[in-house]
Design a protein around this ligand. Structure first.
Ligand code: SF4
Length: 117
């Protein structure tokens, strides 16, 4: 049996943009194509998407599909993680290419942090 990973993980895209600037970045191309933000290199917090977390059906959410967790501001983290805590039915994935820039920790067992290279 074949299972497509896209059917198991949903994108939250609650932050759009990334300052890292990889030449091969598909997210930057998509943001330009659909004009999601004015400048992809300046991450924007899409606060209106927070309500998506409240969906009762459990999902695995990729929180950083078009951003890098190292760019997230502490005040964004505080609000998003508070909302995640009140929705323990989900699992949340965060990825970064710059773990050395991150000063953050959580005891939430449904939060998965990863490094991409
Ligand atoms: S880290 Fe990811 S989102 Fe950021 S520029 Fe590179 S590929 Fe794009």
């Amino acid at each position: 049996m074949t299972i497509c990973i896209k059917s198991l993980i949903k994108n939250m895209n609650i932050v759009v943009g990334c300052s890292i600037g990889c030449s091969y970045c598909y997210a930057r191309n998509n943001c330009r194509r659909f004009h999601i933000t004015d400048d992809f290199s300046v991450p924007e917090y899409m606060v209106r998407k927070l309500r998506i977390i409240d969906t009762p059906k459990p999902h695995v959410w990729l929180m950083t599909g078009i951003s890098d967790f190292s760019d997230w501001k502490p005040e964004w983290n505080a609000e998003i993680f508070r909302r995640m805590k009140s929705n323990p039915q989900h699992a949340y994935i965060f990825l970064t290419k710059c773990p050395d820039k991150i000063s953050f920790s959580t005891d939430d067992e449904n939060v998965w942090m990863g490094v991409t290279v």
